[in-house]
Structures are given as structure tokens and as C-alpha cells.
Design a protein. Sequence first.
Length: 493
Amino acid sequence: MTADLELTSAADLDAATVRRISEGLQVRLSPALASVVQAQCDTARAVLSGDAAVYGVNTGMGALSSRRLTEAEQRAHQRNLLLGRATGGPPWLAEADVRAIIAVRLRTFLSGDAAVSASLCHRLTEFLAARIVPAVPEDGAGCAGEIIQLAHCFSPLAGLGGIRRPGGKPGDDAGQSVTPAAAVLAEHGLAAYELGPKEGIALLAGVPGATALSILASGEADTVSAMLTAAAGLSVAAIGAPADPYTAACARGDDVLGDVLSSLRAIIEPARQPRMLQAPVSFRVAGAVLAQVRRATAALRDAADRAMTGVTDSPAFLDGRFVGTAGFHGIDLAAQCDQLTAAITHAAEVATAQLHRLLDPAVTGLPAQLAVNPGPQAGLVAVHKRAAGELHAMRRLALPTTIGLIETSGGQEDVQSFAWEAAVNLRVALRRCRAVAACEALAAFQALSLAGPPWPPGCGALLDRLGALVKPIAADRQFGRDIEVLRSGSWTR
């Protein structure tokens, strides 16, 4: 197998590498790293040969953990763990998401905590190389951890479950059909992997899904933040707001805010003569709101790094013995996803308010609703309504996911963090926020076009990029097409 990157240590598989793997990067283990992984596995299996009870290996799971398994039962148990817990269904995750989850799972295995074999790690890299994409449900986690999603993700290793592939009948989820894993493995010349001791429970442990989705979401948050910042700067320029709230002195003691205000000044300076003594609040607070988005994004990145390097396996093989842990709880990731979702939602509220002000002649001095001919033409009023609809949906996503535990497994599992759901909510919120930013950018583009030059250089450069994507607005048209084009975010760079 050829690969783009050889991993020589677990640290080589960091968040940046996970993102590259999600985009198609192939990796392989160096012989030295494979030897280290196998040595840890051999040591752990020697411990397993003793009489001590090890949860999920020689015992049942959850409320059945008091049941000791015979040697014959243990041999079938690891495979059964993947089989009986795959209770999800469509919609399925996209290929990039699944590849990221496999990459994070590989990273946690390379730490040695899971005590899995080098051959299992090699099989994960083979799945990545062959672009085999297990059908992993996006919704319905409901676990203390992610066992439902992970059972779907990793059961195909053993020839179980389904694989997504292009094609399918009209109406199939996302244009993808699901093929039995055994058939796909055969196509690639791969036999079903025979799980060794503890390898089934190891594949189900921890929070690799929430970790992977958080890594991808933090990158998406950077793009959305840039879109919101650019749209806000254009709007500030369009209404002729005073530049005072964006001066460097206003960011004393806050480097993040200082960077945001610098970005805004790069768009609006040199400013025209202000049209007003004080702009509406939504314009004045733009810097502080966008700074909070950046802070929350950084906090999520830190949480994902902790999840990548910390102990998330349970039981984990630590200091020569198996130790039950709580690394599967994922509260750190869940809380930071919730925080970023709230920050993005608040930023979308501010952007939607700014957009509404752009339609008001009393604020801008421009024609009502930014129509060239108000009355016969409606202008961009429905563009604001689109933003309002996206924002309304985002507000529901901003409810904290970590509140509302549900007892399962006969009471053995009585708490969940719902980190998976928090990460999925964040991703949906970011997608909707892209639309809000696109709506504001379109309105600001029209407002500045109606106001006419001269524009500040940074503002003019943004208008040039927007003008390369959307046509001048001389009359009403189906603005949904313009919004979809601007959702790409390419105009911010």
C-alpha cells in the first residue's frame, strides 16, 4: 500500500493530519511504530490470560457486566459487540466525516491505551487507502459514549454492516446506496478482520466521533467567522457608521478582540464622513461578538486536542493493568461545542439585525429595501426573511445538549453528555450561519453599489470579489441563487 504520510509516532496524527485524512490523505504505520503497538498488545494479552475480570472482555457489557464469559463465549463476544449495537439508520455521515472518525480512532489506538494489535491499526489504514466508507448514522446516539455510531463505523472491519458507495436508486439518502460490507471487502481483496481479545470493545470506546466532528467543525468555524467579519465590515461601511468602536484602543487587554477590530478596520478605513453620531447597537458590538466566536473556536480546538491525547478508552491498559475510566463521557467536547454553537447563533442574530438596518432608508439614506425602484420592486426584503428563517432554526440548536440525561441499560448507564449530538448541532448551526452571512454580504454589496464609490480599499477589494460571483442588482430576481453562491465563502479570501 502506498501512502502520502508515514506515521512514526502517535503524535504525528494530530488534528491537522486528521483534517488532511478527511480530505483524502493516506497514511501508514512505520515498522517501528507498529512494533511498539504490538508490544503493548502482547503485554496486555498476557494480563488478560489471568483470572481477573476485565469489563467487556471476559464479562458482559453494561447491566450484564456481572456475567463472566467462558473462553468460547469470549471468542465470539468481541464480534457480537459490534453486531448487536448497530441500531442506527440514515441519514448517513459524509465520507469526510467517516474518514476523520477512523483517523481519530487510529490515533487513540496508537497511544497504546486500547491494547489492540498492530494488525487492527493496519486494517484501519487499509480502509482509508481504499476509500471504504462505512454507513455511519448521523443521528440517534443516545449513549454514554458513541457505541451505536461506532458499531456502524467499525463493524465493516469484521465483514458486518454496510458501506456507502456512489449510485443507488432515486430517493436514496444523499444519492448513496449501502452495500453489504462483506461484498465490498471482497472487491478490495480484503478478508473480514478477525477481532482479537478486547478489540471489539476498543472499537466502541471513547469519543472519536465527537472528536473528529469537532476538529472539522473548528475549521469550518474559521471560514464562517471570516464571512461574518467581512459582511459586518461591509455593512459598517454601507451605513456610514462612526469608526470609534473599532479603534485599537477599544481592545485594551484583549488580543482576540484586537485582531477582530484590526480586520474590521482593514475593510472600513479610511472611513467616509459618518452619517450619524451613533450607529445601531448591532453595528457597535460587532467586534465583541465576533471575538467571542474566535474564542469559542479556540476552546473547541483545545478540547479536541485533549480528547486526542488523553485517556478515552475504557477499560484502558495503564501502568500494566486494565483500568475502568470515564473518558467516554465527552463532557469537555460537548460543552465546548455548545459554547461555539451559542456564540455562532448570537453572531447570526447580530448579522441579521445589521441586515435589517441595511434595508432602512433612515439608517442608510438609500432607497427603501435597497430596491432600485421601490414599490414596483421589492428589493432585498426577502433576503432578510431568509436570514430570519435560518436564525430561527439556529436558536433551537443553541439549547444545551448536555442537559437531559436518560437512564438506559437497566440503570447501569444513567448519565450521558450527548457530545455526539452537540457536535452535530454545531455543524448544522455553522451551515445555517453561512447562509446568514451570505444574506448580509449580498445586502451590503447592494447598499454599497447604490451608494457608489469611492470605497475604502479593503471594502473595494471585497466588492470586487463579490462582483465576480453575483451580478449587479438592477431589479428583483431569484436571490436564492446568489445566496447559495455566496455561501461558499470564497469571496473572503
